[in-house]
Design a protein. Sequence first.
Length: 303
Amino acid sequence: MTQTHENTQGLQALSQQMADAVERAQSSLVLVDGRSRQPASGIIYAPDLILTASHVLERSEKVQIHTADKQTYAAQIVGRDRTSDLAVLRVPGLVQTPATPAPEAARVGQLVLAIGASTDGPMASIGIVSSAGGPLRTEQGVALERFIRTDAIPYPGFSGGPLIDTQGQVLGLLTTGIVNGIPFVIPIDLATSLAETLATQGTVKRGYLGIASQLVQLPEQQRGESQRKHGLLLVKVDDPSPAHTGGLFLGDILVALDGHAVTDSEDLQLLLTGERVGKAVPVEIIRGGTVHTLQVTIGQRPA
């Protein structure tokens, strides 16, 4: 009986902790009404600024948000990024307290809650962090640096809402708009970093070469001092494109960009950063069995 009583007390304490976590997170949670089909969620992450999922706004420029205290505000879209499915809204004079980011990254096996907003109040779903990794190749063919997966069920309306820990601190932002409607969580430090760029620039710059490629194994004699085993065979070079202008040809094998080895397409995408847009960088290729270095000016990927 003592063991049963202790177990019951433990479950009650855990239940109370979960409810308290949702209550703490609720103050920074908003309902985002960006289209008629399905309202979504968002979080206040800074004074006057809300972070939500971009795909829930695709058919609307007029957005309203509803706060936990039942207030309704008109919101302005100040920036959005299809690759990460993030959007930033501005609501001047918003007085609610911003969300508290978790001080540490999500850990596999960690107990978490997915949170969404509704007209009746917060919605919650419990689960664990099932995986955390990256990069993740998105529908736009661009690599997102890191991601989290959870088995907490994101019900309709959860997109743009937070994944929180047992203290109500935000681990990441929920979205189903990155890869074929599959639920993913963008880690909060990455999400807020992208949000800062969106709030000031309206978009996130990403580099662009204008190629299609496939992974190939390099012959022993072409592996160089680093003993790289793979490269990217160019199976398409767009015309016009930065790659075409820089002298890359169909059949070239790309092995390095700006001094960094390229062993797969994820390597390449992670190197095509906004900081490299507009800059001429050395691109190392193998052509006809010989290594060549070309100077290619990185373009900006179309939005």
